[in-house]
Design a protein around this ligand. Sequence first.
Ligand SMILES: *Cc1c(COP(=O)(O)O)cnc(C)c1O
Length: 457
Amino acid sequence: MSDQTRFILNESDLPKFWYNINADSPVAPTPVLHPGTLEPVTPDFLSVLFPMDLILQEISTERYIEIPEEVREIYKLYRPTPLLRARRLEKALGTPAHIYYKNEGVSPAGSHKPNTAIPQAFFNKKAGTKALTTETGAGQWGSALSLACNFFGLDLEVYMVKVSYNQKPYRRIFIESFGAQVFASPTDRTNYGRSVLAQAPNSPGSLGIAISEAVEVAATSNGAKKYSLGSVLNHVLMHQSVIGEEALKQMDMADEYPDVVIGCAGGGSNFAGIAYPFLRENLKNGKRTRLLAVEPTATPSLTKGEYTFDYGDTAKMAPVVKMHTLGHDFVPPGIHAGGLRYHGMAPSISALYDAGYLEAVAVKQKATFEAALQFARTEGIIPAPESAHAIRAAIDEALDARAKGEKRVILFNLSGHGNFDMSAYESYLGGKLEDFEYPAEAVKEAMTRLPKVELPV
Ligand SMILES: *Cc1c(COP(=O)(O)O)cnc(C)c1O
């Protein structure tokens, strides 16, 4: 056992249930508000956008929710995913720490995102939805959802941030290969897109604008089309719990238990996916694992954002939630981790971080790519720029353990591979990447435009 590198589960170990943190969370959930009235939303409002099964999951306090057999059948194309011990990286670092990583990059879309795309497509199909709409920034979410819609025979419209549409043709072609339509947002297909174009004909687009377009198309389709979101929402985080549930079994195979669990955090879904099952063990079984979310210094919603009610999108059409936010009109710096550029953070992560159950750190872009290449050159996988944030933090933990002479057990989530991100690596190798620290004054200024929520909170 002692020289084992890969820890592989059988198909029969594929989880049968998703884990819902809301059953065990020591912090009360905060209300979700209508963006117009700023009163708690009704299921009616949500049902314009989402099928009832997903709405029920969103508000559920059941600890375990059964994974439908149809979903498990498709999970089996790539799950259980492998857990590896990064022995060669440990050696290069000269650390007494043991470093493990869960490789979600083995999914057909190359990231953890199919873990939620597949059930979202399934529950929509079951509810009679004909088509889904969504946004995509870097293209990972559009890829995952196109794959899932293809399996369940649903049409899909993807509103892709225009700058990515132009810079990442291979992600667009991936999405089109599974039969989905891709539009460069802002488009002239929606009222909101036309209003943006009227003011700024050359707008490069943003995730907030693309969300607004996708939401508008679904909301005005008389029920034929529903909207699908790849992160932030409770049900998305819950679907990702398969990562942590498998990792618990695999750490057991390795006869170790992590002192620290690490994930990069954009909207928070892959971090929650690996961390929440370990948080359950902390809360219920006396374990004391540190849970560390890693974000870029360019989009530091946890470490610099305020914990307050804010809109989920730029056009103020999506629900208002209490979260760590940089402001809904945040325009992200052009960093290469496209999946980490959202202005907010999942409400449950925000609340648990605020109450001290989770930790967070922000890392710089150049140091992140340096870690990515050290990982690539020792472990042989070029990581997604997003995942490289988790690698940076894992390496920093291992170096800290070396300095202190501690045998620390570190587990991180490799949320995806970087094989479609070569232009980012080209920039790094060509010495063209810059560090960017989002200024605290900009956050403070954006807080003047928050929704004026008057709730007894
Ligand atoms: C989308 C994405 C992320 C960020 O999303 P989360 O919801 O925070 O997990 C991280 N890594 C990869 C590879 C992604 O595609």
